[in-house]
Design a protein around this ligand. Sequence first.
Ligand SMILES: *Cc1c(COP(=O)(O)O)cnc(C)c1O
Length: 340
Amino acid sequence: MTKTGMRRLHLVHGPTPLVRRASLDALLGVKLWIKRDDATSGAEAGNKIRKLEYLLADALTRGSDTILTCGGIQSNHARATAIVCAQLGLKCVLFLRDATAPGDPSRIAKRDELPSGGNVLLDRLAGAEIHRVTRDEYAQRGAVMESEAQRIARAGGKPYVIPEGGSNGLGSLGYVEAMREVRGQLDLGLADSRASFDEIVHACGSGGTAAGVVLGAARFDVAKRVRAVAACDDAAYFSRVIDRIIGEARSYDAELAATAPLVVDESSRGPGYGVMSDEQRDLLARVARASGTILDPVYTGKAMHALAQAVARGDLAKGARVLFLHTGGLPGLLAQDDVF
Ligand SMILES: *Cc1c(COP(=O)(O)O)cnc(C)c1O
């Protein structure tokens, strides 16, 4: 049991490092620290396993034997879930959005219909059952997963559905805990002073990380402001989603009253989900060369671009103490070897 009172598995090899990356200060215009949540674990690493600590604990408590979840074809969340399910002896069923899907979400994809690399390779190795779904079916993902869950239950299984990105109130508690971890690192003097950061910057894809970060940053006095950088949808959409998840999280823990001020930054979405502009690609490469920080093209590369742009626009003060939350995504970069 944690202080929030919810059962939790221990999947994260924490605390993850909090590192100073002074070689990026000139490039970005701020004083930069990075929270290495790309290093939460091994092949399952990234931000998603912080949420899965709570979600899969709940599934096990309920006696579930089959986990259903969804995402884009190269979803980091789907990959993390597939790998952790294999660790726990749970069956994993994935619904992955794919432009070439046949239009029958109940159909299990054959190996030669799937991309050969990146997250999908790991999904397959971990033994996940993969269903490809069209964009329209994905828009109905809740209903699609519920209908498969009912089929599994009729056949005697015990399904448990995890929403896109693991982003609900329960999953978001993983990032409240992450902020407790950062507070401990500030208290140890790992970021010059015990004072809170001026801003935390992180990528936003389904809202659960942002919800947990704004709740945890307020509760543990970790940051004066949070910038959630939209990787896909617009700021109005994410503001609604994040508010809903915050409300759900509070139903688990009455102490989660305050939130840190949140900016949903939609200015670095680039040409499309998973697609970078030339300028964004250039920054990703420069960051890698200047500091050995490997960002991904779907999320963290865009978040870093938004950070640089915010300073250039004067939205974020030059020289501010900034914590960049590196949420992972390396397999997504490796799946774009043709682009880089
Ligand atoms: C999922 C993901 C995000 C976004 O987190 P959400 O909680 O879904 O908003 C950011 N970075 C990476 C690498 C991710 O896989």
